[in-house]
Design a binder for this molecule. Structure first.
Ligand SMILES: Nc1ccn([C@@H]2O[C@H](COP(=O)(O)OP(=O)(O)OP(=O)(O)O)[C@@H](O)[C@H]2O)c(=O)n1
Ligand SMILES: C[C@](O)(CO)[C@H](O)COP(=O)(O)O
Length: 233
């Protein structure tokens, strides 16, 4: 029996509040397809990924099965499960449902439709070697740390700063242990690597792409339309 399956957990159980649409941002059409369909097509089309667990809000499970997976004929989705209050609870819902023969878990935001096969393949390869990787790009702006009064506290050296994206890819043993411990301790993490860092395991950066944006606020849609057009040329 194959004991090194690669699982992709796609977290799409947020509410898209900052998009302010009145419905979940992942159903906004980019070109002719919802954002979530673009994401799922890239992930399911990747030959290194064996199966997908899709995490969505409890009351959107049936809608996603019918209007996303069936309608757009998305392959490899083994389960659609309900997410939780914060992103980390949604990821954990996915982790708890993996096939026991899974060796690698790739975690990706449903709201990042422009990852690529090249990034996915490279990140899986590095995770096999290293155990824990995050895709990221160097920050372009100068970043300042400020206090509650908005006074500048310090300016970190930009060469040490990277903007973190997904996919984030891990050996299943490492990420499972990190999430079991982190959730039990109510540790708050805005990405998956933070959970692994908290357990003392090193995490390595894999170079991503400035096009691998997370669609968060309305102006991201304008940028996303342009990225999509460029990809279709
Ligand atoms: N409880 C949550 C919160 C977020 N996510 C997912 O995590 C990814 C990154 O989150 P973000 O872009 O911040 O999405 P939302 O939480 O939906 O946005 P907002 O904070 O504006 O409501 C998204 O694919 C989102 O669906 C999730 O699965 N479960
Ligand atoms: C995981 C993530 O995509 C890394 O940039 C991001 O932190 C998730 O977004 P959120 O706004 O924190 O939910």
């Amino acid at each position: 029996m194959k004991s090194d399956k690669v699982c992709a957990i796609i977290v799409a159980a947020g509410q898209g509040k900052r998009m302010n649409k009145g419905y979940n941002k992942q159903y906004i059409l980019l070109g002719e397809k919802p954002i979530l369909v673009h994401t799922l097509e890239t992930i399911s089309g990747n030959n290194n990924i064996d199966y997908i667990i899709l995490v969505v809000p409890q009351d959107e499970i049936d809608y996603c099965k019918k209007e996303i997976i069936e309608k757009y004929n998305i392959q490899k989705v083994l389960l659609v499960v309900a997410g939780g209050e914060e992103r980390q609870h949604s990821v954990y819902a996915g982790i708890k449902n993996i096939d026991p023969n899974t060796g690698i878990i790739l975690i990706h935001d449903g709201a990042r439709p422009f990852t690529s096969n090249e990034i996915i393949n490279r990140s899986i390869r590095e995770a096999i070697n290293y155990g824990a990787i995050v895709v990221a790009v160097p920050v372009k702006d100068t970043i300042k740390v400020v206090n509650k009064e908005l006074e500048v506290v310090n300016t970190p050296n930009r060469e040490t700063l990277w903007s973190i994206q997904t996919p984030q890819v891990f050996s299943s043993k490492i990420i499972k242990q990190a999430y079991d411990e982190g959730i039990a301790q109510n540790f708050r993490a805005t990405d998956d690597a933070m959970m692994v860092e908290a357990m003392g395991h090193k995490v390595k950066i894999v170079l991503g792409s400035y096009e691998n944006i997370k669609i968060t606020t309305p102006e991201d849609i304008i940028l996303a339309e342009q990225i999509l057009l460029r990809g279709e040329v």
